[in-house]
Design a protein around this ligand. Sequence first.
Ligand SMILES: Nc1ncnc2c1ncn2[C@@H]1O[C@H](COP(=O)(O)OP(=O)(O)O)[C@@H](O)[C@H]1O
Ligand SMILES: [Mg+2]
Length: 316
Amino acid sequence: MEARGLVKQYGRITAVDHVDVTVNAGDVYGFLGPNGAGKTTTLRMMLGLIYPTGGSVRVFGRDPITEGAAALEGVAGFVEAPRFYPYLSARKNLEMMASYDGNGARDRVEAVLDTVEMTARADDKVGGYSHGMRQRLGIAGALLRDPKLLILDEPATGLDPGGMRDMRALIRRLADDGMTVLLSSHLLAEVEELCDRVAIVRAGRIVYEGAISDLKATAETAYRVRTNDNTRALEICAAQAGVSAVRADGLEIRMEANEPAMAELSVALVHANLKIHALVPETATLEDLFFHLTEGSTPGEISAPVIDQLAAGGAA
Ligand SMILES: Nc1ncnc2c1ncn2[C@@H]1O[C@H](COP(=O)(O)OP(=O)(O)O)[C@@H](O)[C@H]1O
Ligand SMILES: [Mg+2]
């Protein structure tokens, strides 16, 4: 799936502002951002549910905006909450959906109930279901279409911890079975656990796009270091490229650096025959970075140049 320069304007509000996203086959792709960032609006355009003000979408090379439902073969999912007839059972709801879908969907009803672990409750009315069960049934409904790309809008939001764990396990299983997944979330931990690539969106704009591991590597973190000779270590730290804010603090030396700079520093210390007793990163860097990227605040350990660099990389 490729989105290029996607824009959605609601009057004076620009809900989505020139979004570029590429989801490759096999990705578990996270679309991460706080409430109101434009995630649902973007996914709606990708599913051909609303017209973009500008830009284009290609799904398996086809255009859901001009070609409509026919372009969405191989794609399934839901935005916000899946909808069902509350007075019918899960099985009955799925059978009805399957009869609209055709393409052998009817024969998949039992299998998808099993996949989302709902077989035991399949004859109960959906009206009595918990939020977590409805979300799982929503995924079952999407799986009826036997999709290659599954689009899920905040599937775990509002679930209790057990429901979240089950939802993550389900998405993990689908991904392990080879399904490409695009999922939106406002929860960093969820995206970190499930996804290999992310787009971080803030006020309709992508502020970072790429691998989570790269994002982590770029983040500046505060470190504490303790060696057998801190006086010499202090000089080496201060002289090391990419290491800043170096100062002695009791038995430790404190500094800020990103991961590659820290790796170089550890080598320099050892070359100087110093023994490293401890080298401790101070903060949950990704969380900090996420707040910086999405709220634009300044406290914390991340320097403005790093954010500019990431934003530039994300826009490229
Ligand atoms: N139909 C609409 N009419 C007017 N504004 C909308 C509409 N849909 C979304 N918005 C606005 O667009 C912005 C992004 O919304 P949304 O895509 O729902 O964000 P998210 O899913 O990331 O929480 C918000 O400011 C929201 O109020
Ligand atoms: Mg939303």
